[in-house]
Design a protein around this ligand. Structure first.
Ligand code: FAD
Length: 206
Protein backbone atom coordinates (compact mmCIF):
# COMPACT_ATOMS: atom_id res chain seq x y z
CA UNK A 1 0.00 0.00 0.00
CA UNK A 2 1.36 3.41 -0.94
CA UNK A 3 0.06 6.45 0.93
CA UNK A 4 0.96 9.97 -0.15
CA UNK A 5 -0.21 13.06 1.67
CA UNK A 6 -0.12 16.78 1.18
CA UNK A 7 -1.47 19.91 2.81
CA UNK A 8 -2.54 23.44 1.92
CA UNK A 9 -3.83 22.54 -1.54
CA UNK A 10 -0.84 20.34 -2.46
CA UNK A 11 -2.96 17.16 -2.41
CA UNK A 12 -1.90 14.03 -4.31
CA UNK A 13 -4.20 13.56 -7.33
CA UNK A 14 -6.43 10.47 -7.39
CA UNK A 15 -5.60 9.31 -10.92
CA UNK A 16 -2.70 6.88 -11.44
CA UNK A 17 -0.68 9.25 -13.61
CA UNK A 18 -1.08 12.25 -11.30
CA UNK A 19 -0.30 10.10 -8.26
CA UNK A 20 2.94 8.89 -9.84
CA UNK A 21 3.81 12.48 -10.84
CA UNK A 22 3.21 13.65 -7.25
CA UNK A 23 5.49 10.85 -5.97
CA UNK A 24 8.15 12.09 -8.40
CA UNK A 25 8.12 15.47 -6.68
CA UNK A 26 9.12 14.04 -3.28
CA UNK A 27 12.58 14.87 -1.95
CA UNK A 28 13.87 11.43 -2.93
CA UNK A 29 12.91 9.40 -6.07
CA UNK A 30 12.71 6.05 -4.21
CA UNK A 31 8.87 5.88 -3.97
CA UNK A 32 8.40 7.07 -7.57
CA UNK A 33 10.95 4.47 -8.76
CA UNK A 34 9.15 1.70 -6.88
CA UNK A 35 5.76 2.85 -8.22
CA UNK A 36 7.03 2.85 -11.80
CA UNK A 37 7.69 -0.91 -11.51
CA UNK A 38 4.26 -1.82 -10.13
CA UNK A 39 0.72 -2.29 -11.45
CA UNK A 40 -2.07 -0.83 -9.28
CA UNK A 41 -4.13 -3.60 -7.65
CA UNK A 42 -7.03 -1.27 -6.78
CA UNK A 43 -8.21 2.21 -7.66
CA UNK A 44 -6.77 5.08 -5.60
CA UNK A 45 -8.81 6.45 -2.72
CA UNK A 46 -8.46 9.81 -1.03
CA UNK A 47 -9.51 11.25 2.29
CA UNK A 48 -9.53 14.97 3.01
CA UNK A 49 -11.50 15.34 6.23
CA UNK A 50 -8.57 16.06 8.55
CA UNK A 51 -10.21 18.41 11.05
CA UNK A 52 -9.99 17.59 14.75
CA UNK A 53 -13.47 17.96 16.27
CA UNK A 54 -14.67 17.56 19.82
CA UNK A 55 -18.17 17.69 21.35
CA UNK A 56 -18.27 18.40 25.10
CA UNK A 57 -21.40 16.38 25.90
CA UNK A 58 -20.14 16.03 29.48
CA UNK A 59 -20.74 19.76 30.03
CA UNK A 60 -24.51 19.42 29.56
CA UNK A 61 -26.20 20.21 32.87
CA UNK A 62 -28.61 17.28 32.73
CA UNK A 63 -28.06 13.78 31.38
CA UNK A 64 -30.57 11.07 30.40
CA UNK A 65 -30.24 7.68 32.09
CA UNK A 66 -28.84 5.01 29.82
CA UNK A 67 -27.24 7.25 27.18
CA UNK A 68 -23.48 7.33 26.61
CA UNK A 69 -21.70 8.93 23.67
CA UNK A 70 -18.33 7.46 22.72
CA UNK A 71 -15.72 7.10 19.95
CA UNK A 72 -15.76 9.44 16.98
CA UNK A 73 -19.19 10.75 18.05
CA UNK A 74 -17.35 12.56 20.89
CA UNK A 75 -13.93 13.28 19.40
CA UNK A 76 -12.73 12.92 15.84
CA UNK A 77 -9.01 13.23 15.25
CA UNK A 78 -7.06 14.02 12.13
CA UNK A 79 -6.52 10.42 10.90
CA UNK A 80 -2.88 11.27 10.23
CA UNK A 81 -2.19 10.66 13.93
CA UNK A 82 -3.86 7.23 14.10
CA UNK A 83 -5.44 7.84 17.52
CA UNK A 84 -9.19 7.22 17.01
CA UNK A 85 -9.35 3.44 17.41
CA UNK A 86 -7.11 3.52 20.49
CA UNK A 87 -9.29 6.17 22.10
CA UNK A 88 -12.42 4.17 21.17
CA UNK A 89 -10.88 1.05 22.80
CA UNK A 90 -9.84 3.00 25.91
CA UNK A 91 -13.36 4.44 26.05
CA UNK A 92 -14.81 0.92 26.02
CA UNK A 93 -12.74 0.15 29.14
CA UNK A 94 -13.95 3.37 30.78
CA UNK A 95 -17.57 2.33 30.13
CA UNK A 96 -16.95 -1.21 31.41
CA UNK A 97 -15.34 0.05 34.63
CA UNK A 98 -17.94 2.78 35.12
CA UNK A 99 -20.87 0.40 34.73
CA UNK A 100 -19.28 -2.18 37.01
CA UNK A 101 -19.45 0.24 39.93
CA UNK A 102 -23.15 -0.21 40.70
CA UNK A 103 -26.59 1.03 39.82
CA UNK A 104 -27.02 2.74 36.46
CA UNK A 105 -28.79 6.07 36.82
CA UNK A 106 -28.46 9.53 35.24
CA UNK A 107 -25.64 10.52 37.64
CA UNK A 108 -23.63 7.37 36.82
CA UNK A 109 -24.03 7.99 33.11
CA UNK A 110 -23.02 11.64 33.47
CA UNK A 111 -19.93 10.59 35.46
CA UNK A 112 -18.96 8.05 32.80
CA UNK A 113 -19.49 10.70 30.10
CA UNK A 114 -17.02 12.95 31.98
CA UNK A 115 -14.49 10.10 32.12
CA UNK A 116 -14.99 9.46 28.39
CA UNK A 117 -14.21 13.11 27.66
CA UNK A 118 -10.95 12.89 29.62
CA UNK A 119 -9.89 9.77 27.69
CA UNK A 120 -9.49 12.06 24.69
CA UNK A 121 -7.56 14.83 26.50
CA UNK A 122 -4.01 13.72 25.72
CA UNK A 123 -4.48 12.64 22.08
CA UNK A 124 -6.52 15.81 21.55
CA UNK A 125 -3.60 17.88 22.85
CA UNK A 126 -1.13 15.97 20.63
CA UNK A 127 -3.19 16.45 17.44
CA UNK A 128 -4.28 20.03 17.97
CA UNK A 129 -0.93 21.44 19.14
CA UNK A 130 0.64 20.00 15.99
CA UNK A 131 -2.12 20.94 13.54
CA UNK A 132 -2.49 24.55 14.72
CA UNK A 133 1.06 25.17 13.47
CA UNK A 134 -0.07 24.91 9.84
CA UNK A 135 -0.73 28.28 8.22
CA UNK A 136 -4.46 28.84 7.90
CA UNK A 137 -5.40 26.26 10.58
CA UNK A 138 -8.55 27.26 12.48
CA UNK A 139 -8.51 27.15 16.28
CA UNK A 140 -7.27 29.01 19.34
CA UNK A 141 -3.69 30.33 18.90
CA UNK A 142 -1.02 28.36 20.81
CA UNK A 143 -0.41 29.52 24.41
CA UNK A 144 3.16 29.99 25.74
CA UNK A 145 2.83 26.56 27.40
CA UNK A 146 1.73 24.99 24.11
CA UNK A 147 4.71 26.57 22.36
CA UNK A 148 7.06 25.13 24.99
CA UNK A 149 5.48 21.66 24.56
CA UNK A 150 5.82 22.00 20.78
CA UNK A 151 9.53 22.94 21.02
CA UNK A 152 10.13 19.97 23.34
CA UNK A 153 8.26 17.64 20.96
CA UNK A 154 10.35 18.94 18.03
CA UNK A 155 13.57 18.24 19.91
CA UNK A 156 12.37 14.80 20.99
CA UNK A 157 11.39 14.02 17.38
CA UNK A 158 14.86 14.98 16.09
CA UNK A 159 16.57 13.09 18.91
CA UNK A 160 14.36 10.07 18.08
CA UNK A 161 16.00 9.78 14.64
CA UNK A 162 19.30 8.75 16.18
CA UNK A 163 18.66 7.88 19.85
CA UNK A 164 16.68 4.68 20.53
CA UNK A 165 15.56 5.84 24.01
CA UNK A 166 14.07 8.99 22.51
CA UNK A 167 12.46 7.00 19.66
CA UNK A 168 10.84 4.57 22.12
CA UNK A 169 9.54 7.42 24.32
CA UNK A 170 8.26 9.36 21.30
CA UNK A 171 6.41 6.44 19.65
CA UNK A 172 5.02 5.13 22.96
CA UNK A 173 3.54 8.58 23.59
CA UNK A 174 2.13 9.34 20.13
CA UNK A 175 0.67 5.84 19.71
CA UNK A 176 -0.80 5.99 23.25
CA UNK A 177 0.89 2.64 23.98
CA UNK A 178 2.27 3.79 27.34
CA UNK A 179 1.18 6.46 29.83
CA UNK A 180 2.51 9.88 28.85
CA UNK A 181 4.41 10.28 32.12
CA UNK A 182 6.86 7.70 30.73
CA UNK A 183 8.15 10.61 28.63
CA UNK A 184 9.84 11.85 31.78
CA UNK A 185 11.77 8.62 32.37
CA UNK A 186 15.52 9.19 33.00
CA UNK A 187 16.53 7.62 29.67
CA UNK A 188 14.02 9.68 27.67
CA UNK A 189 15.01 12.89 29.49
CA UNK A 190 18.70 12.19 28.91
CA UNK A 191 18.07 11.60 25.18
CA UNK A 192 16.01 14.81 25.06
CA UNK A 193 18.74 16.83 26.79
CA UNK A 194 21.47 15.45 24.55
CA UNK A 195 19.42 15.95 21.38
CA UNK A 196 20.26 14.38 18.00
CA UNK A 197 23.83 13.12 17.78
CA UNK A 198 24.05 12.51 14.05
CA UNK A 199 23.13 14.82 11.19
CA UNK A 200 19.84 13.94 9.42
CA UNK A 201 20.12 11.38 6.60
CA UNK A 202 20.17 12.93 3.16
CA UNK A 203 18.64 9.85 1.55
CA UNK A 204 16.82 6.68 2.64
CA UNK A 205 19.28 4.17 4.16
CA UNK A 206 17.88 1.44 1.89
C1 FAD B 1 -8.69 7.46 6.68
C2 FAD B 1 -8.72 7.12 8.14
C3 FAD B 1 -7.61 6.49 8.71
C4 FAD B 1 -7.61 6.18 10.08
N1 FAD B 1 -6.50 5.56 10.62
C5 FAD B 1 -6.50 5.25 11.94
C6 FAD B 1 -5.38 4.58 12.51
O1 FAD B 1 -4.39 4.27 11.85
N2 FAD B 1 -5.42 4.30 13.85
C7 FAD B 1 -6.50 4.62 14.63
O2 FAD B 1 -6.49 4.34 15.83
N3 FAD B 1 -7.57 5.25 14.10
C8 FAD B 1 -7.61 5.57 12.78
N4 FAD B 1 -8.70 6.19 12.24
C9 FAD B 1 -9.81 6.57 13.13
C10 FAD B 1 -10.75 5.40 13.40
O3 FAD B 1 -11.15 4.80 12.19
C11 FAD B 1 -11.98 5.92 14.14
O4 FAD B 1 -11.58 6.77 15.20
C12 FAD B 1 -12.80 4.77 14.73
O5 FAD B 1 -13.22 3.93 13.66
C13 FAD B 1 -14.00 5.32 15.48
O6 FAD B 1 -14.83 4.26 15.89
P1 FAD B 1 -16.36 4.52 16.11
O7 FAD B 1 -16.93 3.19 16.50
O8 FAD B 1 -16.56 5.67 17.02
O9 FAD B 1 -16.96 5.00 14.71
P2 FAD B 1 -17.03 4.21 13.34
O10 FAD B 1 -15.91 3.23 13.20
O11 FAD B 1 -17.21 5.26 12.30
O12 FAD B 1 -18.34 3.35 13.48
C14 FAD B 1 -19.62 3.94 13.42
C15 FAD B 1 -20.55 2.91 12.80
O13 FAD B 1 -21.89 3.36 12.91
C16 FAD B 1 -22.56 3.12 11.71
N5 FAD B 1 -23.68 4.05 11.61
C17 FAD B 1 -23.68 5.37 11.34
N6 FAD B 1 -24.91 5.89 11.37
C18 FAD B 1 -25.73 4.86 11.69
C19 FAD B 1 -27.14 4.75 11.88
N7 FAD B 1 -27.93 5.82 11.76
N8 FAD B 1 -27.64 3.54 12.20
C20 FAD B 1 -26.84 2.47 12.34
N9 FAD B 1 -25.50 2.51 12.18
C21 FAD B 1 -24.96 3.70 11.86
C22 FAD B 1 -21.51 3.35 10.63
O14 FAD B 1 -21.83 2.68 9.43
C23 FAD B 1 -20.27 2.72 11.30
O15 FAD B 1 -20.17 1.33 11.05
C24 FAD B 1 -8.73 6.51 10.88
C25 FAD B 1 -9.85 7.15 10.31
C26 FAD B 1 -9.84 7.46 8.96
C27 FAD B 1 -11.05 8.13 8.37
Amino acid sequence: MVTLSGTQGAHPPLDDEGFARFAGQLRHPLIADLLSHTTPATRLSGYRNTANRRYHYERLPAWPTGLLVTGDAVTTFNPLYGQGMTVAAQSALVIRDGLARGRVNAATCHRIQHALAHTADLPWAVCTTEDIRYPGALGPPPSPLTRLVTCTADRLRSAACTRPAAARAFFDAVTLSKPVWRLISPSALAALALGPHLPPLDEPPS
